[in-house]
Ligand binder design. Structure first.
Ligand code: DGI
Ligand code: FE
Ligand code: FE
Length: 200
């Protein structure tokens, strides 16, 4: 499936501004995929479909989570978190896109998780830093994003958690798992650099 075909599938499900966001996420994801050597074709499709389920009826999404093999604990958290996992399911069912790499990147794009693939990180980050985003801290993440994917994801996870805590919002476990994973990765990288083991 090429980009224009994919966009034609997605457009009827999105508002105009969400569709424009999707295009910016797609362009950003392709740039990141080039820098970090992810599949450009997969990054493009995952980005086009990442918010596919964003405007599904809340009760419909609840039913998918109840009926299908999706984490039930999602139901105890804000429905904003549902469109990633439900999106992955519906992109497979309705569009017929079965590539697990693409579906996982869609699944994790809002919360992140531990042990994300490069493609997962590319989509997580592209959604966070696309040029239409203007929240505090985004510029630092943009700068990191061209150099160190893990450091950029760490900052994004940290900012998201700080933001949610400042609003007294519950935080989904995978959001914490992402944060904890990236802090460990960065500590290890720093140790290696300080001990002259770069690249080993
Ligand atoms: O769909 P988008 O708006 O493009 O972006 P997104 O899928 O990253 O969703 C962003 C929203 O999700 C943002 O308001 C923060 C929220 N979010 C991310 N992680 C968590 C979370 N909300 C809660 N309550 N808990 C989380 O762990
Ligand atoms: Fe989203
Ligand atoms: Fe998005």
């Amino acid at each position: 499936m090429d980009r224009s075909e994919a966009l034609a599938f997605v457009q009827p499900h999105l508002t105009k501004s969400r569709f424009e966001h999707t295009i910016r996420v797609t362009d950003t994801a392709i740039e990141l995929a080039k820098i970090f050597d992810a599949s450009i074709e997969k990054a493009e499709l995952a980005a086009v479909f990442h918010d596919y389920a964003k405007y599904r009826d809340k009760e419909e999404m609840r039913r998918w989570i109840e009926q299908e093999y999706l984490p039930k604990d999602l139901l105890m958290y804000h429905h904003e978190l549902w469109h990633g996992p439900v999106g992955a399911l519906l992109v497979k069912r309705e569009i017929g896109l079965g590539d697990p790499d693409i579906l996982n990147a869609i699944r994790w794009h809002t919360t992140g998780t531990a042990h994300m693939t490069i493609l997962d990180k590319v989509i997580y980050l592209a959604d966070y830093i696309e040029p239409g985003r203007s929240f505090p801290g985004v510029e630092e993440v943009r700068e990191l994003a061209s150099e160190d994917l893990d450091a950029a994801c760490f900052e994004a996870a940290k900012n998201t958690i700080s933001f949610l805590m400042s609003k007294n919002q519950p935080i989904y476990p995978d959001t914490f798992h992402a944060y904890n994973h990236f802090i460990n990765v960065l500590v290890k990288k720093n140790w290696r650099q300080q001990n002259g083991k770069v690249g080993k």
